[in-house]
Ligand binder design. Structure first.
Ligand code: ZN
Length: 412
């Protein structure tokens, strides 16, 4: 894996108000730019939220260069930010909570918290933010506090000087830069299991790949091995799962998919993939993620660690890749209805003889209706304006689908 890692300037400081209202001020100090850094990534690493990148940009405006141009070795000032006040723009989803809600940024995720007495249903969730009631939030907070932290991370009190260290959490290897990341990583793995019914287990993906690609030469298959997660990948996963929360874990039984098996129960991280399921299959670094249906497994590959081309930012790309694969895993049964609703696709869901119909949003989406749906869902959550403009029919179809997930009256 790449050894170009973000070096966290310092652990975030938490200041509690006299009234204990969880007001948090983060930042201060400086950050030295490393190869591969972006403003978004620096904001993510230092404030726990990429959305504050504009604040960093503003605080360093006097540099007199193009705002996005970062020089390796350059020292950036990190402004002190009250993270309870949502960023003006580019907040997760660019929105502030609707009336009555309060945004809380915590070590265990970002929440819009609404009173239990709210008479209407909870508002639509926002990108990367979990919309919960006061009592659900209290439960999550209690779980976060009660969670036993793995003693293996204790030694990390000493800040690693250069690059990352690899720790083991529940049998999985995770590369982190400091103790705050180590604890957050541990929380994410815990949360995926408890809230979404998903275990992080790279052995499952390795076995599933070997089975699906059994016709490839053993020599090639042996080049595929488990590898460590990067902290940022786990953060991206945490965000991606929020989009599908109504279909997962205990929520699932209240959703339109109640009673059907959950299409994803494990997540894996492998180094290389195999190019095709025949004797021509070669170990390859061109796959970002893959869904192994027979194993209910989604696997991520090392090549995603630095990739950003489709969504323009590595963190957003990692989340987008996860959303694409989760759409395969969780919306497999929706493909026939999607094909029926999209005149572009013939009934075989692989060919098209309707050149005038609305086409898939990306070139990869033209592969077949499964990829079309995954790409469209990915854009729906990650870049809704592009999908709305490019593919209004797909946007409307997915919008209605997503609404139906948590429409309990319909599910009954
Ligand atoms: Zn796909």
């Amino acid at each position: 894996m790449s050894k170009q890692h973000v070096v966290s300037a310092q652990a975030p400081e938490v200041c509690l108000d006299a009234d204990d209202s969880m007001k948090k001020e983060l930042g201060g100090g400086t950050f030295t730019v490393q190869p591969g850094n972006t403003l978004w990534g620096i904001s993510q690493a230092t404030y726990g939220n990429g959305a504050w990148w504009e604040e960093i940009q503003r605080a360093n405006a006097a540099r007199g260069r193009d705002a996005d141009e970062l020089l390796i070795g350059e020292r950036l000032t990190l402004p002190v930010i009250d993270v309870d006040a949502p960023p003006a723009k580019h907040a997760a989803g660019g929105q502030t909570p609707a009336t009555g809600g309060e945004r809380r940024v915590t070590d265990f995720g970002t929440f819009d918290v609404y009173p239990d007495t709210l008479s209407d249903s909870l508002p639509q969730r926002v990108d990367g933010v979990q919309v919960v009631t006061e009592s659900t939030f209290a439960e999550r907070e209690r779980a976060a506090k009660d969670m036993e932290f793995n003693p293996e991370i204790e030694w990390m009190d000493e800040d690693p000087v250069d690059g990352c260290v690899v720790i083991t959490i529940a049998g999985e290897q995770v590369a982190v830069h400091n103790k705050a990341e180590a604890q957050h990583a541990q929380w994410i793995l815990h949360d995926l299991r408890v809230t979404y019914g998903v275990t992080v287990d790279s052995e499952v993906g390795l076995k599933a790949l070997r089975k699906d690609y059994e016709d490839a030469f053993m020599e090639e298959l042996l080049k595929v091995q488990k590898t460590e997660w990067e902290y940022k990948e786990l953060v991206a996963l945490e965000r991606a799962f929020v989009h599908f929360a109504p279909l997962l874990g205990a929520n699932r039984e209240l959703s339109a998919q109640a009673g059907e098996d959950q299409g994803v129960t494990t997540l894996s991280k492998l180094g290389l993939s195999i190019s095709e399921p025949t004797s021509e299959g070669r170990a390859s670094n061109t796959t970002l993620g893959e869904f192994f249906g027979a194993a209910d497994n989604v696997t991520f590959f090392e090549s995603g660690e630095e990739y950003s081309r489709q969504l323009g930012d590595n963190m957003r790309q990692l989340e987008g890749t996860a959303v694409h694969e989760l759409a395969h895993a969780l919306l497999e049964n929706e493909v026939p209805a999607f094909v029926e609703a999209m005149p572009y696709w013939n009934r075989d869901s692989e060919s098209s003889t309707a050149p005038d119909a609305e086409a898939p949003p990306t070139r990869y989406g033209r592969t077949n209706a499964h990829e079309d749906l995954s790409e469209s869902v990915m854009l729906f959550f990650m870049d809704p304006n592009t999908l709305r403009t490019r593919c209004p029919e797909r946007f409307a179809w997915i919008d209605a689908l997503v609404m139906s997930w948590s429409d309990r009256e319909c599910a009954q």
